[in-house]
Design a protein around this ligand. Structure first.
Ligand code: ATR
Length: 289
């Protein structure tokens, strides 16, 4: 790909950014689609966020992703907030539209798309157990509720944070049967056997830590277990669930799906099917030379 005077610039802002896999998969998709565009990392320290947003607009950047720690703090700095981001309370994708920066959230829809792809999961009427109550959980809750799940339990180490998300989701989705549990409460409830989709939205599993094994033991035999963590590719939660014969998937599909949705919003084109996920898999697990 040659950078010319007509090249459109896309990118990602976050701090730090050196670990980000988004440039790889977005540039692969731009190239495959024959779009004269480039996607670059912009490391932005928290105190420089407002300057960076103004700068990106002045420089005519057509769209960008937003990652940790800016997903929530960028909201008041944008011109418009799409319903997906308003519900999630966070922005991960910004589009330049008629001179305005519009904030979207494609994390939740990425999760829903990934659950459907990995497990052919029928979400309408499903009972979902969500682990965690941080920013990632909030986006997931709103997208799962919009996808029509019937029952949701949010289990978090600090129960009050799960209570807050339950409160919010009741305001937006009054038909959803939604309650909060503490992690300790969760593992002793006899109701766990009724949840056939379990999703980890926390960082637990990234560095050897693990949930109580009683969780996996109590899930029904047809349960699917999804972990937003993708490094390592198999967390202790996924190992245990796979050993029990449950279907499992990590968050690589979600990372690819949120990127595909962003690409569509920016370019109006659908990226080549499966390309982003393959690019991620190759980056994480390169084929032997
Ligand atoms: P994100 O925006 O990525 O969701 P976050 O807002 O910092 O990040 O939320 C992190 C989530 O992981 C929280 O649900 C947190 O639980 P607490 O609310 O109790 O802090 C959860 N988490 C992180 N480390 C954990 C651990 N060792 N055990 C259990 N939960 C953990």
């Amino acid at each position: 790909m040659k950078v010319t005077g007509k090249t459109d610039v896309y990118g990602i802002i976050g701090f730090p950014l050196h670990h980000s896999l988004s440039p790889l998969m977005q540039n692969a998709a731009l190239e495959a689609a024959g779009i004269n565009g480039i996607y670059v990392p912009f490391q932005v320290a928290p105190e420089s966020l407002a300057d960076a947003v103004r700068g990106l607009k002045v420089l005519g950047v057509k769209g960008f992703n937003v990652t940790i720690p800016h997903k929530e703090s960028i909201v008041p700095l944008l011109d418009e907030i799409a319903p997906s981001a308003r519900l999630a309370g966070a922005v991960n994708t910004v589009c330049l539209h008629a001179g305005k920066f519009v904030g979207h959230n494609t994390d939740g829809t990425g999760l829903v798309a990934s659950l459907r792809q990995e497990f052919s999961l029928q979400l309408t009427g499903a009972s979902v157990l969500l682990l965690g109550a941080g920013g990632a959980a909030r986006g997931a809750v709103m997208a799962l509720a919009a996808a029509g799940i019937a029952r949701l339990r949010i289990a978090n180490r600090s129960k009050h944070k799960a209570d807050m998300i339950v409160e919010e989701s009741r305001g937006h989705f009054p038909q959803l049967d939604c309650e909060a549990w503490s992690l300790d409460e969760m593992v002793v409830t006899p109701l766990l056997g009724e949840f056939n989709c379990c999703i980890n939205t926390t960082s637990v599993g990234m560095s050897g830590d693990a949930f109580d094994p009683a969780l996996v033991a109590a899930l029904p035999a047809d349960a699917v277990v999804y972990d937003m963590v993708y490094a390592p590719p198999m967390t202790p939660l996924l190992h245990l669930a796979a050993a029990r014969g449950l279907r499992v998937a990590n968050g690589l599909g979600m990372l690819a799906a949120q990127g595909e949705e962003g690409f569509r919003l920016w370019t109006g084109c659908t990226p080549s099917a499966g390309l982003m996920k393959r690019t991620l898999q190759e980056a994480i697990n390169p084929a032997p030379a």
